[in-house]
Design a protein around this ligand. Structure first.
Ligand SMILES: NC(=O)c1ccc[n+]([C@@H]2O[C@H](COP(=O)([O-])OP(=O)(O)OC[C@H]3O[C@@H](n4cnc5c(N)ncnc54)[C@H](OP(=O)(O)O)[C@@H]3O)[C@@H](O)[C@H]2O)c1
Length: 202
């Protein structure tokens, strides 16, 4: 085996995440070292080094395990996949209105484009470094919600809830976004059109 592409994760934070993402990554890195693997490519998330979310702390620790391990490595940090944002908005509107901080910034990137980027990085070989990859647009949460409501024909209003503390500050300051180029091409609007149909064709 020439390379290992490490995507496995147990989101959520806490002990199960630590077991899979940190300890599991360590086991994988050691096993790959013993097997003479020439490249370990690990998928992480833009903002793991800035945004204080328990899951992100574990992803950052896993990055450090990869970097300290015996195998030449690359880390690709991607921004949020649109399917994840979609799921988040459905969860945030379970009680009716969509709850969220209107000024939080996001930069959804199509997961197929992330997969293509990973394939390119496998072909390139180990960079011994971290690369970032984001979508083509930085969106405010309220704009993302507006487009989502139109796409779904939903009347659910946005109920603004300002996120407190450092978490809120980082998210509003663009902690989940990146200026790295190249970016993906597919937009949030493209995802919504694929998933719910173009509003003018419904
Ligand atoms: N979702 C996003 O917006 C996003 C953005 C940037 C980066 N990422 C990163 O991209 C990767 C994939 O994300 P995702 O959203 O596709 O995650 P996901 O849906 O939670 O998938 C995680 C996968 O890991 C597998 N897994 C969990 N524990 C495992 C173990 N001990 N051994 C082997 N496989 C295990 C799971 O398999 P089972 O289902 O069988 O448990 C599942 O297929 C993750 O590393 C994530 O941090 C995600």
């Amino acid at each position: 085996m020439d390379a290992v592409l490490h995507l496995a994760s147990r989101p959520g934070g806490g002990a199960p995440t630590h077991r899979v993402d940190v300890l599991g990554t360590r086991r994988l890195a050691l096993a790959a070292g013993h097997a003479g693997v020439a490249h370990l490519l690990y998928v992480s998330i833009v903002g793991v080094d800035r945004v204080p979310i328990p899951y992100y702390r574990q992803k950052l620790a896993a990055e450090q395990v990869v970097a300290a391990g015996p195998v030449p490595w690359t880390v690709l940090r991607a921004t949020q996949f649109p399917v994840f944002l979609d799921r988040l908005l459905r969860a945030a509107s379970r009680l009716g209105p969509v709850l969220g901080d209107p000024a939080v910034l996001a930069q959804p990137v199509d997961q197929h484009e992330v997969a293509a980027r990973l394939a390119e990085l496998l072909a390139t070989g180990p960079l011994t470094g971290v690369q970032e990859y984001g979508g083509p647009q930085v969106l405010r949460f309220d704009d993302a919600v507006r487009a989502w409501r139109v796409a779904r024909g939903s009347r659910r209003p946005l109920l603004p809830v300002r996120l407190p503390g450092r978490l809120g500050r980082e998210l509003r300051a663009g902690g989940l976004t990146t200026s790295a180029v190249p970016t993906g091409r597919r937009t949030w609007a493209d995802h919504l059109a694929d998933t719910y149909g173009r509003p003018d064709r419904r």
